[in-house]
Design a protein. Structure first.
Length: 150
């Protein structure tokens, strides 16, 4: 009889520990999802890490008329780049011409640049936002995965 009670205590302890461990894992993943993503090598985590590194060095002057201001990633798998056109005003931009000139270059860069491998692997939608000299948004160009995947 004594061994039956000991056996039940051991089984109860094992079940209790297993239940506690599962509850801990569930709560941990709910409270700290980034740690879970990092552990599994999740592409979103890698992109977020890249975004954090890039945001440490901005703003960066891309050329004499453009500054790269910031970048961020949303949970909906959208990466957003923000640029300021330092010599343009919103009202002076031929928006159709601007977007027609930018679109092929942006798609080509995503398709070919090694530094953008994570975007291709994650099939991320990329949004480019352009602001004028006064900080007013004048163009948003969205590149979806079907536009850059071979």
């Amino acid at each position: 009889m004594k061994s039956s009670k000991t056996y039940k205590q051991i089984i109860g302890t094992v079940i209790g520990l297993a239940t506690g461990a599962l509850a801990f894992i569930f709560v941990n993943r709910m409270l700290y999802p980034e740690a879970h993503l990092e552990a599994e090598g999740n592409i979103f985590y890698k992109i977020q890490k890249m975004v954090n590194e890039m945001n440490r060095i901005v703003p960066v002057q891309v050329n004499e008329t453009m500054n790269f201001d910031s970048i961020f990633i949303n949970r909906d798998n959208t990466l957003s780049y923000n640029y300021t056109m330092t010599k343009l005003y919103k009202d002076s931009v031929d928006l159709i011409n601007f977007e027609q000139q930018q679109m092929p270059t942006l798609i080509h860069n995503i398709k070919t640049k090694e530094s953008l491998d994570l975007i291709r692997i994650g099939q991320v939608t990329v949004v480019y936002r352009y602001y004028d000299k006064n900080g007013e948004l004048f163009s948003t160009i969205t590149i979806s995965p079907d536009m850059y995947m071979y």
